[in-house]
Design a protein around this ligand. Structure first.
Ligand code: C2E
Ligand code: CA
Ligand code: CA
Ligand code: CA
Length: 281
């Protein structure tokens, strides 16, 4: 990977980060984890609120470290991004998620229009040859492009607006969908959104959380849904934890939702046909 060809690079910069023994150790452990394929994709159902059933899932990485146990992404993704290791880790995750999803569809466990969402770091997006790599993963795993949505975090896109917009358009031209993650938490302007190619907006958990408490937040959620509609895009509410939130979201016209109220992220081995049929409440 030659990220240095792009102005935004993900390589580790000693001046920007205080090195510690723990960081050095974590870096070494992560390198081994890549070689030993210690990452496992967990899946959290995405519920279609119109039909009250799971129509897809978000792939969320977990690291099975022989020394650290099960490590959540927030404990290693930031370092993986700073060190550039996210490129290789992200590739392994994408490959595993596409392969398993194709397998589930083949076996008839998941519908043929199942929507697999995979998180994409901006470092991956800006890496030279990313598009070709994406096409290779789809070809190798046989997963149709229409089954794949890539989630990119809004706040990370603004550092390279023109370049990221161009790459996202090329990704869409392959038939892959784009979701803007954590929408509303960044500082990008609505004018920027106008240039950004996207198929859905993911409403950040913090808004869903506050929605039942403060009327202002409910107004924000309504506004996001309205913006999405105007762009012919869908909305996915994140972090839905209660029946009240789910009911409210339906009233506001939100199409999709995910959260602990429906299901926790779980490994493929724990998914069943019931997960697809019964997780909608
Ligand atoms: P995210 O993309 O915003 O993912 C949603 C996070 O919210 C997940 O945490 C999920 O387990 C959690 N969540 C889902 N429903 C609920 C709920 O009802 N309540 C609460 N409190 N939390 C809920 P997780 O799996 O720990 O992932 C954290 C972050 O790590 C993700 O945030 C994403 O930014 C990053 N991440 C995870 N997997 C990947 C990956 O494969 N690649 C990259 N680049 N980043 C990843
Ligand atoms: Ca996400
Ligand atoms: Ca999110
Ligand atoms: Ca997040």
């Amino acid at each position: 990977a030659k990220q240095h060809e792009h102005p935004l690079h993900c390589h580790y910069q000693p001046s920007m980060m205080t090195t510690s023994i723990e960081q050095t150790r974590l870096t070494a452990d992560l390198k081994r984890a890549i070689d030993n394929h210690e990452f496992e994709v967990y899946y959290q159902p995405i519920i279609d609120l119109h039909h009250n059933k799971a129509c897809g899932a978000e792939a969320l990485v977990r690291w099975h470290s022989p020394t650290r146990g099960l490590v959540p992404p927030n404990d290693f993704i930031p370092l993986a991004e700073d060190s550039g290791m996210i490129i290789e880790i992200g590739h392994q995750i994408l490959h595993q998620a596409c392969m398993q999803t194709y397998d589930q569809i083949q076996k008839g466990h998941w519908p043929t229009d199942f929507l697999l969402h995979v998180n994409l770091s901006v470092c991956q997006l800006l890496q030279t040859g990313f598009l070709a790599q994406l096409e290779t993963v789809l070809a190798e795993t046989k997963l149709p492009a229409k089954n794949l949505t890539l989630e990119v975090t809004e706040s990370r896109l603004v550092t390279q607006p023109l370049l990221t917009t161009q790459i996202l358009k090329e990704i869409q031209s392959l038939g892959i969908h784009i979701a803007i993650d954590d929408f509303g938490t960044g500082y990008s302007s609505l004018a920027y959104l106008n240039q950004l190619p996207f198929n859905s907006l993911k409403i950040d958990r913090s808004f869903i959380n506050q929605m039942m408490v403060t009327e202002n937040y409910s107004a924000i959620v309504t506004a996001v849904i309205s913006i999405a509609h105007n762009f012919q895009a869908d909305t996915v509410a994140e972090g839905v934890e209660t029946a009240e939130q789910a009911t409210k979201l339906k009233q506001l016209g939100c199409r999709y939702a995910q959260g602990f109220y429906y299901a926790q992220p779980k490994p493929m081995s724990e998914w069943s046909t019931e997960t697809v049929n019964k997780s909608g409440k």
